[in-house]
Design a protein around this ligand. Sequence first.
Ligand SMILES: C[S@@+](CC[C@H](N)C(=O)[O-])C[C@H]1O[C@@H](n2cnc3c(N)ncnc32)[C@H](O)[C@@H]1O
Length: 454
Amino acid sequence: MKDNAGYVYIIGAGPGDPELLTVKAERVLHEVDVILYDNLVSSELVGQFDALKIYTGKRKDKHHFAQDAINQEIVFHAKLGRKVARLKGGDPYVFGRGGEEIAFLRKHGIEYEIIPGITAAHGASAYTEIPLTIRHVSSSVAFCTGHPLDKIHVPDADTIVYYMVASSASDVAEALIGKGKEEKTKVAIVQNATRYNQKIFAGTLGELRDKDKKVVSPALLILGENITEFIDDYWFGKKKRVLIAGKGVNRYENDEYVVVRYSCNDFKHNEQEHVKEKVEDISEELMLLFPDKYAVRYFFNYLFEQDLNIGDFVNTVFCPVGTAASAELLKHGVLPDLCLDAGTSEEIVVEMKSLGITDENIVIPCSGFIDDYLVDELTSLKNSVIFLDVSVQPSSTPDERIELDCIDEIYFSSPECVRLFKTMYTEIPEKITVRTADSKTDVEYMTLFDASLV
Ligand SMILES: C[S@@+](CC[C@H](N)C(=O)[O-])C[C@H]1O[C@@H](n2cnc3c(N)ncnc32)[C@H](O)[C@@H]1O
């Protein structure tokens, strides 16, 4: 790779379970500057990485990016010399339009590589115990799309996996029967494969056609004699689903549980508007603390988007952490007022203490990740500390609501997490066991949910 040339990684994120990401993909996602991710990639997965995150999937309130716009966005970031990850659900080359994106990159002379992912069919197969091949039963497999129905393929394969069948499963069944498949052919619909809310419907094509079954996206249909008697007793179905609101605890780090994370950072995101006002009111005295070079880069993108000008920040102390952040600031024509040598949050705190930094309005540009330790420690030095999310889009997709009927246990790590949870979910179903980190959290839970702990 040439110095300062952009580079693009087209990466498969796997079908949903965040741990199904490859080791290579994980390493690269830690190294890139920008992640453009689609709607099949969970915010829990992208939330682990510090890069600027751009959501390119569908949104309730806005139109999603059209493929052309995604192509342009990838090239835009690459041409600025950034390392870009294009993160797609499953595998990029299985119904993933990876080929179109590569063609566009080639046209623009941008270098790239492709990191495969586990496609939904493989994830669903393993997490439902439906082998795609079985000796003497099925020796060929085909992957097809479930639409358009009038052109549906029925290849001559023992096992056929139909992608993109949500909301039309009975129509798909009818179309397949119409194309000569027997009504007694075994089928399984797997919804949300490999995720905590995975659901299966297993039966015959005839039953599926008559059932008018509502299928929720993402779902796929597997057809063939390989659907075994284990379908009601598969390993993944036996695990307890635990929702951890806030910080995790060791007791859930074992194979008994499927862990769903509920990020309580959003609590502080509510203050985003207030932070924006603070930054926009540039007459106020501020200290801008840049924890790394990315914070500097994205802060300047943010200014550009908000129509703000760096020349207006006359009363601001620019404080980069480390030489890379200082150099990045200089690139943008800003001479740092105060440079910290620190590498970690702990070292930042030690340096701030020794410099006697107190009573400051500290604004820390970030891309969605809030460092609670830094907030607590700098606040205890009597500073006002706020994180400014400078990512282009929010790092979580707002329509991702947790299906509480699939959860067995909830763990609240702090009273704040209980309060945030209550703003989204007014009730907790009775069958769910609730545990809390300490007595303050207990009290908050019992008060807000009018409940008693088990
Ligand atoms: C546009 S295709 C993308 C496929 C993806 N590239 C892959 O390799 O899995 C979207 C379809 O993949 C299937 N799919 C993706 N993730 C799934 C999941 N977790 N469970 C079931 N089906 C899934 C569904 O059929 C969905 O409509």
